[in-house]
Design a protein around this ligand. Structure first.
Ligand code: NAD
Length: 423
């Protein structure tokens, strides 16, 4: 039963104390965000602005929310995925920190969109999104609110792709900063964060041994590189499938076996999709997968595995463990789908480690500040995080880790800047 009220809709407010403990634990690993929060508390750069954020409601997001609150923002939060909410965190945000939050782990699609609508009722001046469902709902269902909105940020690859398509169609009404494109985001969050936490989610759901296992990774982008290298690190034989020749070549030269999806389907034991695209695991592949094959997705939406085809083919299905659904095929083979095909690292584990979300969310906070500083100066469209912000986040992360680096001497700088000097 949910605890619904004027300040949000969460599963159970009595979970709040556990949420606070875990939010504080995550904060220890988020040194960059801590520095930004201290500055925001003193300078209040976000004061006077309403924000609606649609993010995975995790301990790290709570620390971002507290940073925005410290900066003076009037913030409301909803989930960016029906299965990624940490209910104790949602309870803590409402009961302990006074941040209205609309999210319940396992909510159905209807509730998911009701929660997005509730966050939009806040009539935001700024949006913060992860996957672009909030921005898409705002433009299609709640366009009456668009005139209030001055800008927004977007967290992930899939969201940036959707927003770029909207901008190309001249349908995007305001400027949005693509946090995903910051080097201090995708180099670390997508690669190391998704890499580690995807295997964590699959391990927690199944308790499988990775060593010696044939693991097929669909997509060798930022996330795929991380997933493949972490699986190899645990002793798996990793096969990569790709549609992009350069990325496929990179996988080959990184030492992975590359083959078409239909060939991989015959030999794989664990299949992990991270493409952001439709039906990376298709009906035809499921028809030839070995008995016992496990399928998991860590891409943003639950469309990478053709679940409707799986359901249609199966003669029966049942839940065999939390987050593990067994589908029996007409020929007797059993295939396993993890976490309803939703991002497995958030469904069955805790999402990315805090230390990596520290940088992604530092970019979110600084992106918001940048938008406010440049209010009215940016045309509608999708913008990269300014290079200085990226450098600043990298510098602060190193500082928080106690690591110093060199700087160019004046001679070295002059050499870099000149075109006349050769050998
Ligand atoms: N689970 C998480 O916490 C998390 C974190 C970050 C990003 N994401 C999501 O993961 C997805 C991938 O993100 P990314 O940053 O790696 O994107 P990316 O664009 O860097 O990589 C995607 C790769 O998939 C390949 N691809 C596309 N269709 C394919 C197909 N049918 N078969 C094989 N390969 C195919 C592309 O060529 C590309 O190389 C996105 O949906 C993103 O939003 C999830």
């Amino acid at each position: 039963m949910s605890s619904q009220g004027t300040k949000g809709d969460v599963k159970d407010l009595s979970l709040a104390k556990d949420g606070v403990n875990r939010i504080e634990w995550a904060e220890r690993e988020m040194g960059v965000l801590r520095l930004i929060k201290e500055r925001f508390a003193a300078e209040k750069p976000l004061a006077g602005y309403k924000m609606s954020a649609c993010l995975h409601v995790t301990t790290e997001t709570a620390n971002l929310a507290l940073t925005l609150q410290a900066g003076g923002a009037d913030l409301v939060l909803c989930a960016s995925n029906p299965l990624s909410t940490q209910d104790d965190v949602a309870a803590a945000l409402v009961a302990e920190y006074g941040i209205p939050t609309y999210s319940i782990k396992g909510e159905d699609n209807e509730t998911y969109y009701q929660h997005i609508s509730a966050a939009l009722d806040h009539a935001p001046n700024y949006t913060m999104d992860d996957g672009a469902d909030l921005v898409s709902s705002l433009h299609t269902q709640r366009s009456d609110l668009l005139s209030n909105v001055l800008g927004g940020t977007e967290e992930t690859t899939t969201g940036v792709i959707r927003l770029t398509a909207m901008a190309n169609d001249k349908k995007l009404n305001y400027p949005i900063i693509a946090v995903n494109e910051a080097e201090t985001k995708h180099f670390f969050d997508n690669r190391y964060g998704t890499g580690q936490s995807t295997l964590d989610g699959i391990t927690r759901a199944t308790n499988l041994l990775w060593a010696g296992r044939r693991v097929v990774v669909g997509g060798y982008g930022w996330c795929g590189r991380g997933v493949a290298s972490r699986a190899r690190g645990l002793g798996a034989h990793v096969i990569v499938t790709e549609v992009n020749a350069v990325r496929a070549l990179e996988a080959v030269m990184d030492g992975f076996t590359v083959m078409p999806g239909m060939e991989a389907a015959k030999v794989g034991e664990v299949f992990i999709t991270v493409t952001g695209g439709l039906h990376t695991l298709s009906k035809a592949q499921m028809e030839i997968m070995p008995n016992g094959a496990i399928m998991a997705n860590s891409g943003h939406f639950n469309v990478e595995i053709d679940i409707p085809a799986l359901e249609e083919m199966a003669t029966s299905h049942r839940e065999v463990r939390p987050f593990v659904e067994e589908y029996t095929m007409p020929d007797g083979r059993r295939l396993y789908l993890l976490g309803e095909g939703r991002l497995i690292n958030l469904a069955a584990a805790e999402g990315h480690p805090s230390a990596v979300m520290d940088m992604s969310f530092a970019n979110q906070a600084l992106g918001m500040e940048y938008l406010i500083q440049n209010k009215g100066k940016l045309e509608p469209g999708v913008y990269n995080v300014p290079a200085e912000t990226d450098q600043e986040v990298g510098r602060l992360k190193l500082q928080s880790l106690g690591i110093n680096i060199d700087t160019l001497t004046p001679d070295q700088q002059r050499y870099q800047d000149s075109w006349e000097e050769g050998t």
